[in-house]
Design a protein around this ligand. Structure first.
Ligand code: HEM
Length: 286
Protein backbone atom coordinates (compact mmCIF):
# COMPACT_ATOMS: atom_id res chain seq x y z
CA UNK A 1 0.00 0.00 0.00
CA UNK A 2 1.50 3.40 -0.97
CA UNK A 3 1.27 6.57 1.10
CA UNK A 4 -1.19 7.94 -1.46
CA UNK A 5 -3.54 5.07 -0.73
CA UNK A 6 -4.50 6.29 2.70
CA UNK A 7 -3.60 9.95 2.23
CA UNK A 8 -6.99 11.45 1.40
CA UNK A 9 -5.24 13.76 -1.09
CA UNK A 10 -7.54 14.69 -4.00
CA UNK A 11 -6.27 12.84 -7.09
CA UNK A 12 -4.52 10.14 -5.03
CA UNK A 13 -4.88 6.57 -6.36
CA UNK A 14 -7.05 5.62 -3.39
CA UNK A 15 -8.34 8.79 -1.67
CA UNK A 16 -9.13 7.70 1.87
CA UNK A 17 -12.87 7.14 2.27
CA UNK A 18 -15.12 5.59 4.88
CA UNK A 19 -14.51 2.32 6.69
CA UNK A 20 -17.56 0.26 5.72
CA UNK A 21 -18.79 -3.20 6.75
CA UNK A 22 -17.97 -5.55 3.89
CA UNK A 23 -17.90 -9.10 5.24
CA UNK A 24 -20.31 -10.75 7.67
CA UNK A 25 -19.01 -13.03 10.43
CA UNK A 26 -20.49 -16.01 8.51
CA UNK A 27 -18.42 -15.15 5.43
CA UNK A 28 -15.22 -14.61 7.43
CA UNK A 29 -15.42 -17.69 9.64
CA UNK A 30 -16.42 -20.04 6.82
CA UNK A 31 -13.68 -18.59 4.53
CA UNK A 32 -10.87 -19.35 6.97
CA UNK A 33 -12.25 -22.80 7.81
CA UNK A 34 -12.47 -23.84 4.15
CA UNK A 35 -9.02 -22.37 3.40
CA UNK A 36 -7.58 -24.60 6.21
CA UNK A 37 -9.63 -27.60 4.99
CA UNK A 38 -8.34 -27.20 1.43
CA UNK A 39 -4.75 -27.14 2.67
CA UNK A 40 -5.15 -30.49 4.48
CA UNK A 41 -7.30 -31.95 1.68
CA UNK A 42 -4.67 -31.10 -0.93
CA UNK A 43 -1.74 -32.63 0.97
CA UNK A 44 -3.61 -35.76 2.10
CA UNK A 45 -5.13 -36.09 -1.40
CA UNK A 46 -1.64 -36.17 -2.95
CA UNK A 47 -0.74 -38.91 -0.44
CA UNK A 48 -3.76 -40.96 -1.62
CA UNK A 49 -2.91 -40.28 -5.29
CA UNK A 50 0.65 -41.54 -4.68
CA UNK A 51 -0.75 -45.01 -3.87
CA UNK A 52 -1.78 -45.30 -7.55
CA UNK A 53 -0.25 -42.37 -9.46
CA UNK A 54 -2.20 -42.67 -12.72
CA UNK A 55 -5.49 -41.18 -13.93
CA UNK A 56 -7.87 -42.69 -16.51
CA UNK A 57 -11.04 -41.85 -18.41
CA UNK A 58 -13.91 -44.35 -18.21
CA UNK A 59 -14.78 -47.29 -15.98
CA UNK A 60 -11.60 -49.33 -16.36
CA UNK A 61 -8.00 -48.98 -15.27
CA UNK A 62 -5.03 -51.27 -15.72
CA UNK A 63 -2.29 -52.41 -18.08
CA UNK A 64 -4.68 -53.89 -20.66
CA UNK A 65 -6.48 -50.56 -21.23
CA UNK A 66 -5.21 -47.57 -23.17
CA UNK A 67 -7.20 -44.88 -21.36
CA UNK A 68 -4.57 -43.24 -19.16
CA UNK A 69 -4.50 -39.42 -19.24
CA UNK A 70 -1.79 -38.89 -16.62
CA UNK A 71 0.82 -41.12 -15.08
CA UNK A 72 3.80 -40.42 -12.86
CA UNK A 73 6.43 -43.14 -12.46
CA UNK A 74 10.16 -43.86 -12.16
CA UNK A 75 12.32 -45.49 -14.84
CA UNK A 76 15.87 -46.78 -14.83
CA UNK A 77 18.18 -44.75 -17.11
CA UNK A 78 20.72 -46.50 -19.38
CA UNK A 79 23.49 -45.27 -17.04
CA UNK A 80 21.84 -47.08 -14.11
CA UNK A 81 20.40 -43.93 -12.48
CA UNK A 82 16.69 -43.41 -11.83
CA UNK A 83 14.53 -40.83 -13.63
CA UNK A 84 11.11 -39.44 -12.64
CA UNK A 85 8.81 -39.61 -15.69
CA UNK A 86 5.41 -37.89 -16.09
CA UNK A 87 3.13 -38.63 -19.05
CA UNK A 88 0.18 -36.29 -19.76
CA UNK A 89 -2.15 -37.12 -22.70
CA UNK A 90 0.61 -39.24 -24.31
CA UNK A 91 3.36 -36.58 -23.95
CA UNK A 92 6.25 -37.62 -21.71
CA UNK A 93 8.34 -35.29 -19.55
CA UNK A 94 11.43 -35.88 -17.42
CA UNK A 95 10.36 -34.63 -13.97
CA UNK A 96 13.24 -36.05 -11.92
CA UNK A 97 13.61 -34.26 -8.59
CA UNK A 98 9.95 -33.16 -8.49
CA UNK A 99 7.59 -35.89 -9.73
CA UNK A 100 8.34 -39.63 -9.87
CA UNK A 101 11.73 -39.56 -8.15
CA UNK A 102 12.57 -36.90 -5.57
CA UNK A 103 14.24 -36.04 -2.28
CA UNK A 104 17.92 -35.79 -1.40
CA UNK A 105 20.41 -37.91 0.52
CA UNK A 106 20.45 -35.31 3.35
CA UNK A 107 16.69 -35.71 4.06
CA UNK A 108 15.44 -38.29 6.59
CA UNK A 109 13.56 -40.14 3.80
CA UNK A 110 16.48 -39.89 1.32
CA UNK A 111 15.97 -40.09 -2.46
CA UNK A 112 12.72 -41.90 -3.19
CA UNK A 113 10.57 -43.31 -5.95
CA UNK A 114 7.23 -41.54 -5.30
CA UNK A 115 4.84 -39.59 -7.50
CA UNK A 116 4.47 -36.36 -5.46
CA UNK A 117 7.45 -35.52 -3.21
CA UNK A 118 7.44 -35.97 0.59
CA UNK A 119 7.33 -32.16 1.05
CA UNK A 120 3.75 -31.92 -0.31
CA UNK A 121 2.07 -34.98 1.23
CA UNK A 122 0.50 -35.70 4.63
CA UNK A 123 2.09 -37.72 6.16
CA UNK A 124 5.42 -37.08 4.42
CA UNK A 125 6.17 -40.86 4.21
CA UNK A 126 3.96 -43.28 2.24
CA UNK A 127 0.96 -44.09 4.51
CA UNK A 128 -2.30 -44.43 2.61
CA UNK A 129 -4.43 -45.24 5.68
CA UNK A 130 -3.47 -42.04 7.54
CA UNK A 131 -3.84 -40.00 4.34
CA UNK A 132 -7.39 -41.30 3.95
CA UNK A 133 -8.35 -40.55 7.57
CA UNK A 134 -7.08 -36.94 7.23
CA UNK A 135 -8.73 -36.52 3.80
CA UNK A 136 -12.16 -37.78 4.85
CA UNK A 137 -12.13 -35.78 8.09
CA UNK A 138 -11.41 -32.47 6.33
CA UNK A 139 -13.72 -33.44 3.44
CA UNK A 140 -16.67 -33.63 5.83
CA UNK A 141 -15.64 -30.43 7.62
CA UNK A 142 -15.56 -28.74 4.17
CA UNK A 143 -19.04 -30.07 3.30
CA UNK A 144 -20.46 -28.82 6.64
CA UNK A 145 -18.75 -25.42 6.21
CA UNK A 146 -20.08 -25.03 2.67
CA UNK A 147 -23.61 -25.83 3.83
CA UNK A 148 -23.33 -23.23 6.62
CA UNK A 149 -21.95 -20.65 4.11
CA UNK A 150 -24.72 -21.41 1.61
CA UNK A 151 -27.61 -21.18 4.10
CA UNK A 152 -26.21 -18.05 5.81
CA UNK A 153 -25.52 -16.39 2.42
CA UNK A 154 -29.05 -17.17 1.22
CA UNK A 155 -30.57 -15.68 4.37
CA UNK A 156 -28.36 -12.57 4.68
CA UNK A 157 -28.46 -11.82 0.93
CA UNK A 158 -24.68 -12.26 0.39
CA UNK A 159 -25.22 -14.87 -2.33
CA UNK A 160 -27.62 -12.73 -4.39
CA UNK A 161 -25.91 -9.37 -3.73
CA UNK A 162 -22.19 -10.27 -3.84
CA UNK A 163 -21.66 -13.64 -5.52
CA UNK A 164 -24.06 -14.45 -8.38
CA UNK A 165 -23.03 -12.29 -11.37
CA UNK A 166 -26.04 -10.39 -12.76
CA UNK A 167 -26.59 -8.57 -16.08
CA UNK A 168 -24.81 -5.41 -14.89
CA UNK A 169 -21.78 -7.50 -13.85
CA UNK A 170 -21.61 -9.21 -17.24
CA UNK A 171 -21.81 -5.81 -18.98
CA UNK A 172 -19.11 -4.49 -16.64
CA UNK A 173 -16.74 -7.41 -17.33
CA UNK A 174 -14.76 -5.90 -20.27
CA UNK A 175 -14.16 -2.66 -18.32
CA UNK A 176 -13.11 -4.64 -15.24
CA UNK A 177 -10.72 -6.82 -17.29
CA UNK A 178 -9.17 -3.61 -18.75
CA UNK A 179 -8.85 -2.12 -15.27
CA UNK A 180 -7.18 -5.33 -13.94
CA UNK A 181 -4.80 -5.29 -16.95
CA UNK A 182 -3.72 -1.78 -15.90
CA UNK A 183 -3.38 -2.93 -12.24
CA UNK A 184 -6.11 -0.52 -11.16
CA UNK A 185 -8.34 -1.85 -8.40
CA UNK A 186 -10.95 0.73 -7.28
CA UNK A 187 -11.99 0.11 -3.68
CA UNK A 188 -15.75 -0.29 -3.49
CA UNK A 189 -17.94 -2.12 -0.98
CA UNK A 190 -19.12 -4.52 -3.69
CA UNK A 191 -16.88 -7.10 -5.38
CA UNK A 192 -15.85 -6.23 -8.95
CA UNK A 193 -17.48 -8.24 -11.81
CA UNK A 194 -14.35 -10.41 -12.26
CA UNK A 195 -14.16 -11.08 -8.53
CA UNK A 196 -17.84 -12.08 -8.45
CA UNK A 197 -17.35 -14.39 -11.41
CA UNK A 198 -14.27 -16.04 -9.88
CA UNK A 199 -15.94 -16.52 -6.47
CA UNK A 200 -19.16 -17.80 -8.09
CA UNK A 201 -17.19 -20.39 -10.10
CA UNK A 202 -15.26 -21.51 -7.01
CA UNK A 203 -18.21 -21.59 -4.60
CA UNK A 204 -21.02 -22.74 -6.88
CA UNK A 205 -19.18 -24.93 -9.43
CA UNK A 206 -15.75 -26.14 -8.24
CA UNK A 207 -16.56 -26.84 -4.57
CA UNK A 208 -19.75 -28.84 -5.37
CA UNK A 209 -17.94 -30.67 -8.20
CA UNK A 210 -14.98 -31.73 -6.05
CA UNK A 211 -17.32 -32.90 -3.26
CA UNK A 212 -19.63 -34.82 -5.64
CA UNK A 213 -16.76 -36.53 -7.50
CA UNK A 214 -15.26 -37.41 -4.10
CA UNK A 215 -18.57 -38.92 -2.97
CA UNK A 216 -18.88 -40.77 -6.31
CA UNK A 217 -15.63 -42.63 -5.48
CA UNK A 218 -16.88 -43.79 -2.06
CA UNK A 219 -18.09 -47.45 -2.06
CA UNK A 220 -20.77 -46.63 0.55
CA UNK A 221 -22.23 -43.83 -1.60
CA UNK A 222 -21.97 -46.07 -4.72
CA UNK A 223 -24.28 -48.56 -3.03
CA UNK A 224 -26.78 -45.90 -1.91
CA UNK A 225 -26.70 -43.63 -5.02
CA UNK A 226 -25.42 -45.72 -7.98
CA UNK A 227 -26.61 -42.97 -10.38
CA UNK A 228 -23.96 -40.55 -9.04
CA UNK A 229 -21.05 -42.48 -10.55
CA UNK A 230 -22.94 -42.77 -13.88
CA UNK A 231 -23.34 -38.96 -14.04
CA UNK A 232 -19.55 -38.64 -14.07
CA UNK A 233 -19.03 -41.43 -16.61
CA UNK A 234 -17.54 -44.00 -14.26
CA UNK A 235 -15.28 -44.22 -11.25
CA UNK A 236 -12.02 -43.52 -13.11
CA UNK A 237 -13.45 -40.43 -14.83
CA UNK A 238 -14.79 -39.18 -11.48
CA UNK A 239 -11.25 -39.56 -10.05
CA UNK A 240 -9.77 -37.67 -13.01
CA UNK A 241 -12.34 -34.83 -12.66
CA UNK A 242 -11.64 -34.71 -8.88
CA UNK A 243 -7.91 -34.28 -9.63
CA UNK A 244 -8.53 -31.69 -12.40
CA UNK A 245 -10.73 -29.58 -10.08
CA UNK A 246 -7.97 -29.76 -7.46
CA UNK A 247 -5.54 -28.34 -10.04
CA UNK A 248 -8.02 -25.53 -10.87
CA UNK A 249 -8.45 -24.71 -7.15
CA UNK A 250 -4.67 -24.56 -6.68
CA UNK A 251 -4.52 -22.19 -9.70
CA UNK A 252 -7.32 -20.06 -8.20
CA UNK A 253 -5.52 -20.01 -4.84
CA UNK A 254 -2.26 -18.68 -6.37
CA UNK A 255 -4.11 -16.00 -8.36
CA UNK A 256 -6.31 -15.14 -5.36
CA UNK A 257 -3.35 -14.48 -3.07
CA UNK A 258 -1.60 -12.42 -5.79
CA UNK A 259 -4.81 -10.35 -6.23
CA UNK A 260 -5.11 -9.80 -2.47
CA UNK A 261 -1.51 -8.52 -2.47
CA UNK A 262 -2.08 -6.27 -5.51
CA UNK A 263 -5.42 -4.88 -4.33
CA UNK A 264 -4.00 -3.79 -0.96
CA UNK A 265 -3.30 -6.61 1.49
CA UNK A 266 -3.96 -4.59 4.66
CA UNK A 267 -7.39 -3.41 3.56
CA UNK A 268 -8.56 -6.73 2.07
CA UNK A 269 -7.17 -8.85 4.94
CA UNK A 270 -8.77 -6.47 7.46
CA UNK A 271 -12.11 -7.03 5.70
CA UNK A 272 -11.71 -10.83 5.93
CA UNK A 273 -10.67 -10.66 9.61
CA UNK A 274 -12.71 -7.80 11.13
CA UNK A 275 -15.31 -7.31 8.38
CA UNK A 276 -14.35 -3.62 7.84
CA UNK A 277 -13.07 -2.33 4.49
CA UNK A 278 -11.93 1.17 3.56
CA UNK A 279 -13.50 2.35 0.31
CA UNK A 280 -12.18 5.14 -1.92
CA UNK A 281 -13.71 8.55 -1.06
CA UNK A 282 -15.07 9.01 -4.57
CA UNK A 283 -17.02 5.72 -4.34
CA UNK A 284 -19.54 7.39 -1.97
CA UNK A 285 -20.22 4.24 0.09
CA UNK A 286 -21.11 1.90 -2.83
C1 HEM B 1 -7.71 -22.39 -1.19
C2 HEM B 1 -7.99 -21.49 -0.29
C3 HEM B 1 -8.91 -20.34 -0.53
C4 HEM B 1 -10.08 -20.28 -1.22
C5 HEM B 1 -10.78 -21.40 -1.99
C6 HEM B 1 -10.56 -18.92 -1.13
C7 HEM B 1 -11.74 -18.45 -1.71
C8 HEM B 1 -12.30 -17.23 -1.47
C9 HEM B 1 -13.64 -16.85 -1.81
C10 HEM B 1 -14.63 -17.75 -2.56
C11 HEM B 1 -13.85 -15.60 -1.35
C12 HEM B 1 -15.18 -14.83 -1.41
C13 HEM B 1 -15.95 -15.30 -0.17
C14 HEM B 1 -17.32 -14.72 -0.04
O1 HEM B 1 -17.53 -13.56 -0.40
O2 HEM B 1 -18.23 -15.43 0.46
C15 HEM B 1 -12.62 -15.14 -0.75
C16 HEM B 1 -12.38 -13.89 -0.22
C17 HEM B 1 -11.17 -13.48 0.31
N1 HEM B 1 -10.06 -14.28 0.51
FE1 HEM B 1 -9.86 -16.20 0.05
N2 HEM B 1 -9.68 -18.20 -0.41
C18 HEM B 1 -8.66 -19.02 -0.03
C19 HEM B 1 -7.54 -18.68 0.70
C20 HEM B 1 -7.21 -17.39 1.06
C21 HEM B 1 -5.95 -16.99 1.66
C22 HEM B 1 -4.78 -17.92 2.00
C23 HEM B 1 -6.03 -15.64 1.87
C24 HEM B 1 -4.97 -14.74 2.46
C25 HEM B 1 -3.95 -14.33 1.76
C26 HEM B 1 -7.33 -15.20 1.41
C27 HEM B 1 -7.81 -13.91 1.47
C28 HEM B 1 -9.06 -13.51 1.10
C29 HEM B 1 -9.55 -12.16 1.26
C30 HEM B 1 -8.75 -10.98 1.85
C31 HEM B 1 -10.85 -12.14 0.73
C32 HEM B 1 -11.75 -10.91 0.62
C33 HEM B 1 -11.42 -10.26 -0.69
C34 HEM B 1 -12.04 -8.90 -0.76
O3 HEM B 1 -12.72 -8.49 0.17
O4 HEM B 1 -11.80 -8.24 -1.79
N3 HEM B 1 -8.01 -16.28 0.91
N4 HEM B 1 -11.70 -16.16 -0.81
Amino acid sequence: MTAADESGTPGALHPRGELVRRQSAWTRVTHWIWAACLFFLLLSGLQIFNAHPSLYIGQESGFEYNNSVLSIRAERRPDGGIAGITTIWGRTFDTTGVLGFSGSEDEPLGRRVRAFPASVTIPSYQDLATGRVVHFFFGWVLVGTMLVWFIASLINGHLRRDIVPLGADIRGLPGDVASHARFRFPRKRAYSPLQKLAYAVVLLVLFPLIVLTGLAMSPGINAAWPWLIDIFGGRQTARTIHFAVMVLLVGFFVLHVVMVLLAGPINTMRSMITGKYRIDAREGGK
